[in-house]
Design a protein around this ligand. Structure first.
Ligand code: NCD
Length: 355
């Protein structure tokens, strides 16, 4: 089965991902050629959670393609504040817009929304789960700056438990040949088990580290992330984690000359500001690549009939997902959709195991 919704890059083949990257590069070479590519089209950005880059880069992408945008960035100013369900909001908005970009604090929301949308829908972050268009941003940057997506040693540092950009990035880069990962975090903020399962399944080398200073020496890419304060149960737990890993000049001096530093942003204090002028610090350029990547994605979803995104084969399961952070816990009308992986039954919304 195929569809036009981008919920998770994992279902795409590397050929399909490469097609988006190629399109992005073409747009970057001559953006003027695309000024009217989406004339008359409307993008709705439904942001139930704060955003600077993702929302504005989607809006800018659509404006640069000649289209227009509608939406909200504070659900309290929409009918959500009156108790409207996700299903009803999406059913209505998909009658107004040609394409929807959605961000929500609860895991699995984009998948849930896609069930009720008549138009292509893009996941712009669902709780601590996934963020596929940030990964698109990251891999466009890697392709342009390192010239490859394979044979890379990638260090990922910070909040690997709650960082949705980390989960999407590992899922995607583990599809390419001979990438290896150094997972740098405290034991409390280690990547979720289902991500480790994917690394194993794809036969990728990975190691854990609790020292950025040691791990940095032979990396090709260092992906820094902020500690996700909003996803902690208490302020105390956040305080204990917040300044454990900081990239500063002393540590960067140990890195290879051609290592690149990426960060999905926003930065809090995990990279000291003096690093910004180092030629290896690419995080601001990365945000700009993201806008071009999103232009390519909008174009492919709206205009390329052959660009169809494969769907997982799902079944209606007897049991409801018990992950308290899953959208199925909030929106009672959702079906119990699941899929089988490595002999286990997984929730189709949040990817957690259903017992
Ligand atoms: C990230 C996100 O929202 O997950 N930001 C972004 O989209 N560039 C990272 C973060 O908030 O830490």
């Amino acid at each position: 089965m195929t569809n036009k919704n981008l919920i998770d890059l994992e279902v795409m083949s590397t050929e399909q991902i490469d097609k988006i990257i190629k399109k992005t590069k073409k747009i970057m070479q001559s953006p003027a050629d695309y000024r009217h590519a989406c004339d008359g089209k409307i993008l709705a950005t439904l942001f139930y959670e704060p955003s600077t880059r993702t929302q504005m880069s989607f809006q800018t992408a659509m404006l640069k393609l000649g289209g227009r945008t509608i939406g909200f960035d504070n659900p309290m100013n929409s009918s959500v504040s009156k108790g409207e369900s996700l299903k009803d909001t999406i059913a209505v908005i998909s009658g107004y817009a040609d394409i929807i970009a959605i961000r929500h604090p609860i895991e699995g929301t984009a998948m849930a929304a896609s069930l009720y949308s008549e138009v292509p829908l893009i996941n712009c972050g669902d709780g601590g789960h996934l963020h596929p268009t940030q990964t698109l941003t990251d891999i466009v940057t890697l392709s342009c700056e390192k010239g490859r997506l394979d044979n890379l040693k990638i260090g990922i540092c910070g909040d690997l438990l709650n960082g949705r950009t980390v989960h999407s990035l590992i899922k995607t880069l583990s599809k390419y040949q001979n990438n290896s990962f150094v997972l740098i975090s405290t034991k409390e903020l280690c990547v979720p088990l289902y991500i480790i399962d994917i690394l194993e399944k794809n036969g990728c080398k990975y190691e854990f580290s609790n020292s950025l200073a040691e791990a940095i020496c032979d990396l090709d890419v260092l992906y820094m992330t902020r500690i996700q304060r909003e996803r902690f149960k208490s302020a105390k737990e956040y305080e204990e984690q917040k300044n454990v890993f900081v990239l500063d000049r002393e540590k960067l001096d140990k890195a290879k000359e051609d290592m690149i530093i990426l960060h999905p942003l926003p930065r809090v204090n995990e990279i000291t500001v003096d690093i910004d002028d180092d030629s290896r610090a690419l995080y601001f350029k990365q945000a700009q690549y993201g806008m071009y990547g999103r232009m390519a994605l909008i174009l492919l979803l709206l205009q390329d009939e052959d660009f169809l995104i494969p769907s997982r084969s799902t079944v209606i399961s007897e049991h409801r997902c018990s992950n308290p952070k899953c959208i199925t816990q909030q929106e009672s009308y959702l079906p119990n959709m699941s899929y089988e992986k490595l002999g286990m039954t997984m929730c189709d919304f949040c990817d957690k195991r259903i017992n």
